[in-house]
Ligand binder design. Structure first.
Ligand SMILES: [Zn+2]
Length: 282
């Protein structure tokens, strides 16, 4: 089917008290495996691009590829630009066909974050594009202070002000997760999540999804997280599959062999991962 608005996909997730899984892809194979995986298990999915990955695939090619493959499945597929704090880059992505973008002003002071996010929302609105904001600091998983120090977490009070003043379609919050590979097992602050969810009406987003125990994720989804981002784990698997294949002494020179090996295994991973969302399409 045609691409769906991320806001519509998240709205349905909110009503179903669950989260939609969003994967960072970076080439034809990763996009293909993710969308086909979602189609196979009949669940919605969001495909994201990290801005720096435009060195591998251009914004326009990425957007067109997601749109193209989405037509081959019968589940809702969303297209989203992940973490971007560069206004001009975000506008370029919109011009190149992205229907949802993240305006990441989380490293800015609170008021500056609001005004940066606001400027993106204003322009995005003209093109009917959704904007995800970020409040609080979702740091790096190699630094335990980034996810254990509650001073870096989002507060319900600020979340309420931020959401109403910016008009974002969704909001990424810091409740104890981080990007990359965790040094110690993270512990999500579910109580705080409940308070933020009660203080705002926007769908909430959890970043740094590679390595959080499943039990905690299910709790988070039940209590207000409606979009869950996965990057590191998917990247690592892609690298491992290439390594495994090319280390094989029986290596075939036919690209079809390597590509189908990698793609099929990536798709299997996506299908298994998508059981985390309770949303199934009719
Ligand atoms: Zn992130």
């Amino acid at each position: 089917m045609a691409l769906e608005k991320v806001r519509d996909i998240l709205k349905e997730a909110d009503q179903n008290k669950t989260a939609i899984l969003a994967f960072d892809a970076f080439d034809y194979n990763t996009i293909y495996a993710a969308i086909k995986g979602a189609g196979a298990v009949n669940k919605p999915i969001i495909i994201m691009l990290y801005p720096s990955m435009n060195k591998i695939i251009s914004l326009g090619t990425f957007a067109a590829t997601v749109k193209d493959i989405a037509r081959e499945v019968s589940v809702p597929v969303g297209l989203h630009l992940d973490h971007c704090s560069d206004y001009d880059f975000i506008i370029t992505a919109i011009r190149e066909g992205f229907t949802s973008v993240m305006a990441d002003g989380s490293s800015l002071p609170f008021v500056d974050n609001i005004s940066f996010t606001n400027s993106v929302v204003k322009t995005a609105k003209i093109f009917d594009v959704d904007v995800e904001g970020e409040l609080g600091m979702v740091g790096v998983a190699a630094n335990t202070d980034d996810y254990f120090n509650t001073d870096k977490y989002t507060t319900p009070e600020q979340a309420q002000i931020f959401a109403s003043e910016t008009g974002v379609a969704s909001l990424a919050i810091a409740i104890g997760s981080a990007h990359g590979v965790y040094k110690e097992e993270p512990k999500l602050d579910i109580e705080r999540l409940k308070e933020i969810d009660a203080a705002t009406s926007v769908p909430l987003v959890l970043h740094g999804g590679s390595g959080i125990p499943e039990k905690q994720l299910i709790e988070a989804f039940k209590n207000g997280i409606n979009k869950f981002n996965i990057g590191t784990e998917f990247f690592a698997l892609t690298a491992k599959l290439s390594k495994d294949f090319y280390n094989d002494s029986q290596l075939s020179a036919n690209p079809l062999a390597s590509y189908s090996y990698i793609r099929e295994n990536l798709q299997k991973y996506i299908e298994d991962k998508l059981v985390l969302t309770t949303m199934t399409c009719r």
